[in-house]
Design a protein around this ligand. Sequence first.
Ligand code: ATR
Length: 291
Amino acid sequence: DLYNFRLIRPDTKVYGIIGKPVGHSKSPLLFNAAFKSVGLNAVYMHFLVDDVEKFFNTYSSVDFASGCSCTIPHKEVALKCMDEIDPIARKIGAINNIVRRPDGTLMAYNTDYIGAISAIEDGLRELNGAVPAGTSPLKGKLFVVLGAGGAGKSLAYGAAQKGARVVVANRTYERAKELADKVGGQAMTLAEAEHFHPEDGMVLANTTSVGMKPNYDATPLPKHVLKHYCLAFDAIYTPKDTRLLREAKESGAVIVYGTEMLIRQGFEQYKNFTGLPAPEELFRQLMEKHA
Ligand code: ATR
């Protein structure tokens, strides 16, 4: 009864996740349980989509479609089909959350960067205590992003928007340079980052795939430099406890798991879809149960 089919009526709002592959996504499970918990007349489905432009040409004219999430490989191409795009999502060049507004137009967001940055900000608050309202704890922080792919862009733009001083370190220097220039930051190679510590209390965000299952023993940055970081985030969530996070913790840093980005980007999507706050505890329980 994943989709609550017995409850579907002509006025039921229809949401879904578009991707290819998409069958493995746990989003329908989370969103349907969330809709049910507050009695919303809505359903969230898997949409296996091949041609994303064709999909949106049809989608816009279907009057039941209310919004969708967007995953691999459509996050970039789908941009072309939107009527309005959140300015940071446009800069990142990727969207993952699309809302069809009452007038039929499509508004797109990138909730990945919001999820990651809010988790990191909460980690810093835990460490430093409250900062004045309206001020990000990232303001003025030296923020080192490892990697310059899609996730690297999300973290770099997100941190820059909060007033952090961004450093992009990547295996391929040219990609680091391109991204660093866009966010007004500094570029270096991963090898250089091993010896980069102009100050203590820096923030680290790994967005490379180094340390991802099955390479449990790999880590993008050696342990000796980790003592200069007050917080470490890893976008990898399989495994949750990467070697980088384990060693950062041993070095005294607050750590923020990739699973936190995953779950918080879902909270944001729920908010954009429904205009309501997400049932966070329920999301967390289901994520844990079905991990
Ligand atoms: P995503 O969209 O998940 O960020 P991506 O665009 O494929 O994925 O980017 C992968 C990132 O991991 C890149 O920064 C890549 O570095 P390069 O730009 O040099 O390719 C980095 N990466 C992947 N494998 C790596 C490895 N073995 N060592 C160091 N960096 C690696």
